[in-house]
Design a protein around this ligand. Structure first.
Ligand code: MN
Length: 285
């Protein structure tokens, strides 16, 4: 087995999203437009309500999947499929926007820490106009491996026989929240054709002998395993991998299609109230 190296470290860019929420973006910035099959990664982490209280009122998506992992805090989701979900600490939400969803994501707290990640996963062209779908997983629905200073919460994929509840049949996404005690060693076989990245959000680690300081986002090189060692204060990171779709990407904000014509269609559909094709009771936030 050959261990993956760090191919590139990306510095997060602070971006204002929604009605005025500060997020730290890595995938989806000029430094890293996308990381096929991933289109965007936002990390939100603040105990200042001014950074998050405005939330994300009604907005559209078409052509991809959003996967939100909540570490701390409480958000309420409502969408045009008629879903209404509470996203709480340790839980995750998987939304296949596909042909079109309008939704809101609003904080349900006026103080305290709000922390988590939102990842956009691309859909293959043949799935972009399929029916939207939504699934929510409470903290207890996400299993955890816990042994010898290594704790791994498995959202997608499998680690040491622990299988996550979220399946992505198009890109075989693996998504782990890895928590290591000081100097603990983490190892995971990862098929060589999967694109992979890590984001260290607590402590620090070394990956194949290169330093990964706190808040670093690293794209991993080819290889069929990942090996990481926590620093003296331990480390916590997400490890995400997925099979590239190798299709053209045309993106305009919340619409991600294969061609510019399809983007123009999405904009026209949104303008004319035709974005949501699968009509469910539309709930305003
Ligand atoms: Mn959204």
């Amino acid at each position: 087995m050959s261990a993956r190296q760090i191919a590139k470290i990306i510095a997060a860019t602070a971006v204002t999203e929604g009605a005025g929420v500060t997020v730290h973006r890595t995938i989806g910035t000029p430094a890293l437009r996308n990381l096929d099959p991933f289109l965007m990664l936002d990390h939100f982490s603040s105990d200042d309500p001014d950074d998050y209280i405005a939330g994300f009122p009604d907005h559209p998506h078409r052509g991809f999947i959003t996967l939100t992992y909540m570490l701390d805090g409480h958000m309420l989701h409502r969408d045009s499929m008629g879903n209404h979900g509470d996203l709480k600490a340790g839980g995750a939400q998987w939304m296949k926007a596909a042909s079109g969803v309008i939704h809101s994501e609003m904080p349900q707290q006026t103080a305290g820490l709000m922390r988590g990640f939102q990842l956009w996963i691309n859909l293959p062209g043949k799935e972009k106009m399929s029916e939207p779908a939504y699934q929510e997983f409470s903290a207890t629905a996400i299993p955890e491996y816990n042994n010898s200073g290594i704790r791994v919460r498995v959202l997608c994929g499998e680690y040491q026989g622990v299988r996550g509840p979220i399946e992505d049949p198009f890109t075989q996404v693996q998504y782990f929240d890895v928590r290591l005690e000081a100097t603990a060693q983490f190892r995971h076989a990862l098929p060589a054709d999967l694109q992979a990245f890590v984001y260290v959000f607590e402590g620090d680690a070394r990956l194949a002998d290169s330093p990964l300081p706190q808040h670093s986002f690293a794209v991993l090189s080819g290889g069929d395993a990942i090996e990481a060692v926590a620093g003296g204060k331990g480390a916590r990171f997400i490890l995400v991998a997925g099979r590239p779709l190798k299709e053209p990407i045309a993106q305009y904000g919340p619409f991600v299609m294969n061609t510019t014509d399809e983007i123009h269609q999405a904009m026209a559909d949104y303008r004319d109230g035709r974005l949501v094709q699968k009509k469910a009771a539309f709930i305003t936030a």
